[in-house]
Design a protein around this ligand. Structure first.
Ligand code: SP5
Ligand code: ZN
Length: 334
């Protein structure tokens, strides 16, 4: 399988995140990638496709914010990584506020995803990595893997959150549509619900979003990922959430996967994109499923049996020591 990675993604390195009321080391750190790379031979760097495919998903005001947030933070006399502390509840008015703290309120949904000095560059090259893997599949590869970091599935069209800044899988899905594919499906198997991806495609009938994740009644991102979120307008019926309880192991996970793959087959997509998070692993420090390293091979084999051209985009996974093994296990199932 073709494997894509760009080392500039490592430059994104926030130091701390807010967790249970205190600051702790940032879980989504560059060391995650080093562990994965140790198990992946022959990664290819993406060519630069520019900002146009990114701007098909993310609006200009949000992109300007993301590029400038850290600079504005420094100019405001602040130290460390840029982060927000105030959010507009219920609705957001398009107020075009200038203060960096107000901009974080406008363009983010949590306090645990700081913008560091190199965040834009890292996120930009993660998006390029996803686009390169997508091109490989559009050009005939049966499957390709994009080692994206920072991850993307929590980022919406105009907001960051959940360690995500640009929605890599959404940018890739849109690129497939723009290349002439009529229908694409996204299967999200990260432990957390891919709220950003869902939001981006919620009212569209050309992109099916199916997600298996921890029940948001107990787990982040809480406000999205519930089973009654089915899509809107032209997208009605093109959104399927399968929340599972904490403690879920392979037997119950496979039942959910069967349902997910059944709905994908019924949609008859031309391309499948997989948001792969290894945070469903039993040893994950921030998650509560019980999948074992070898289970990832079986999950991948069942996805592979759908017999669709498949782009795999890396999302979460925080058991750093096991991450390479878990990714290698997943990729070996294709
Ligand atoms: C892409 C992805 O998996 N994002 C997950 C975001 C989850 N954020 C909320 C959980 C916060 C847990 N922080 C634990 C830090 C321990 N060092
Ligand atoms: Zn996750």
């Amino acid at each position: 399988m073709k494997l894509f990675f760009d080392p500039r993604q490592l430059d994104h390195a926030p130091a701390l995140e807010l967790h249970n009321g205190g600051y702790v080391p940032y879980a989504e750190h560059p060391g995650r990638v080093k562990n994965m790379l140790a198990r992946l031979t022959e990664t290819e760097a993406p060519t630069d496709r520019g900002e146009t495919p990114i701007a098909r998903i993310h609006g200009p005001a949000y992109l300007a914010f993301l590029k400038s947030a850290h600079r504005q933070w420094v100019d405001a006399g602040r130290a460390g990584d840029a982060t927000g502390y105030v959010w507009p509840i219920v609705g957001r008015r398009p107020l075009h506020l200038q203060r960096i703290d107000a901009q974080f309120g406008q363009y983010s949904f949590d306090a645990a995803s700081p913008v560091a000095a190199q965040t834009w560059d890292g996120a930009y090259w993660a998006a390029q990595t996803a686009l390169a893997a997508t091109d490989a599949v559009l050009n005939g590869a049966p499957a390709a893997f994009a080692l994206c970091r920072p991850p993307g599935h929590h980022a919406g069209a105009d907001y960051l959150g959940g360690y995500c800044y640009l929605n890599n899988v959404a940018i890739a899905a849109q690129a497939a549509i723009d290349a002439g594919k009529a229908r694409v499906a996204i299967l999200d198997v990260d432990y957390h619900h891919g709220n950003g991806t869902q939001d981006i495609f919620y009212d569209r009938g050309d992109v099916l979003f199916v997600s298996i994740h921890a029940d948001p009644v107990t787990d982040y991102p809480f406000f999205w990922g519930h089973a009654d979120e089915c899509g809107d307008g032209a997208g009605e019926g093109a959104n399927l959430n399968i929340p599972l309880p904490r403690g879920t192991g392979m037997a119950d996970y496979q039942v959910a996967l069967k349902t997910a793959l059944y709905s994908i087959a019924a949609f008859a997509p031309e391309v499948l994109l997989v948001s792969f998070g290894a945070d469903t692993y039993e040893g994950d420090p921030i998650s509560q499923f019980k999948l074992k390293t070898e289970d990832f091979t079986e999950i991948a084999a069942q996805i592979s049996a759908a017999d669709l051209p498949t782009v795999i985009v890396m999302e979460g996974g925080y058991a750093t020591e096991a991450l390479g093994d878990n990714v290698a296990s997943f990729l070996s199932g294709f």
